[in-house]
Design a protein around this ligand. Structure first.
Ligand SMILES: [Zn+2]
Ligand SMILES: [Zn+2]
Length: 275
C-alpha cells in the first residue's frame, strides 16, 4: 500500500487526542510508505464557525506548533516513512481572499493539501457545516428549502472551489466530493446529480487536479460508501484524474482503514506542492 494522504491530528478540535507520532507509528506498522498530515486549516478570521460545537478547524494560534511538530517527525522517521505536512483547507464562498492569505502565508511550508467544501450558505445568509451531524443536516435542508436546493448548493460550491483562484499554493486535490451524501441513509438523495458530478470531474481534469478517494464514509452509519462511490471513481479514472487514497482519520487507529476496498483502483501519489 502506498500511503494515506488525508489524516488529521490532535490539533483538530473535533478529533481525538492521538498525537501525530501515534499516526506515524501506525502508518509504519501498517506498512505504508507515505503519510500526509492534512489538518483542518484555521477558518478565515472573519468567519464564524457555524458548527454547534465551534470545533470545525484548528486554532489559528496552533498552526506553528503543528507545522513544527510535523517537521520534527518528518526528520525523525525519514528512513521509515515519507511524511508530508499540509492542510485540508475549507473553500467558503465569499471568503476566498482570506483563504488565499492563509495559503500565501503557510503555503511555502506545505508539502501537500486538500481543498474541501463543508460550509454552505443558505438563502437567508446563515451558514451550515453540512457534515457535523444528522440533526444539523436536517436543519440545513429546512433552511435551504429542501434537499434538492441543499444538494444543488453543495455541487455549486464544489464547482466554485475547483474554479476559484486561491493563488500559487491552492491545494490541488479536491476533498470527498460526495460529502453531501454523508447522511443519505436518513435523508435519501433527491436526485442523482450525475451531470453536476461529471462536470466537476471534467473541471478537475482540465485543471490538472487530483481526487481525494476517501474511505471515511464507509464507516459512517448513515453513509456506508466511499466518497465518492465506485461509479464516480471509475469515471475519474477514465478521465485520467489521479486517485489519491485517504482515510480522513481523526484517530491513529484509522490509518489506512477501508483501503482494502480500493484494491481494484490504480492509486497514485500526490504531486508535492513545493516540488
Ligand atoms: Zn475533521
Ligand atoms: Zn473534510
Amino acid at each position: 500500500m502506498l500511503g494515506d494522504f488525508h489524516v488529521h491530528t490532535q490539533y483538530c478540535q473535533h478529533g481525538t487526542d492521538d498525537k501525530m507520532e501515534a499516526y506515524v507509528l501506525q502508518a509504519i506498522e501498517k506498512g505504508l510508505t507515505h503519510l500526509s498530515f492534512t489538518e483542518h486549516a484555521p477558518l478565515p478570521e472573519s468567519f464564524t464557525d457555524p458548527a454547534p460545537n465551534r470545533d470545525s478547524a484548528m486554532d489559528r494560534n496552533k498552526v506553528e506548533a503543528y507545522v513544527l511538530e510535523g517537521k520534527a517527525l518528518q526528520k525523525q522517521y525519514k528512513n521509515d516513512l515519507q511524511i508530508n505536512i499540509g492542510f485540508e483547507v475549507d473553500y467558503i464562498k465569499g471568503y476566498e481572499q482570506e483563504t488565499q492569505t492563509f495559503l500565501d502565508t503557510y503555503g511555502p511550508e506545505m508539502d501537500d493539501g486538500i481543498l474541501s467544501v463543508h460550509m454552505l450558505q443558505a438563502p437567508d445568509k446563515s451558514f451550515f457545516c453540512i457534515d457535523f451531524s444528522e440533526e444539523e443536516f436536517g436543519r440545513a435542508a429546512d433552511r435551504f428549502g429542501g434537499l434538492t436546493p441543499l444538494y444543488k448548493a453543495y455541487y455549486d460550491n464544489l464547482q466554485a472551489s475547483v474554479e476559484t483562484d486561491l493563488g500559487h499554493f491552492k491545494p490541488r486535490r479536491i476533498g470527498h466530493i460526495t460529502l453531501i451524501q454523508k447522511f443519505h441513509l436518513a435523508y435519501p438523495k433527491p436526485a442523482a446529480f450525475l451531470e453536476e458530478q461529471q462536470h466537476i470531474l471534467e473541471l478537475i481534469k482540465r485543471k490538472g487536479y487530483e481526487l481525494d478517494i476517501n474511505t471515511a464514509g464507509l464507516f459512517k452509519p448513515l453513509c456506508k460508501e466511499i466518497y465518492p462511490p465506485a461509479e464516480l471513481i471509475e469515471h475519474a479514472a477514465q478521465l485520467g484524474i489521479p486517485l489519491i487514497p485517504g482515510s480522513d482519520s481523526h484517530a491513529a487507529v484509522g490509518i489506512g482503514k477501508g483501503f482494502e476496498e480500493l484494491a481494484n483502483y490504480s492509486l497514485q501519489l500526490p504531486q508535492r506542492i513545493n516540488a
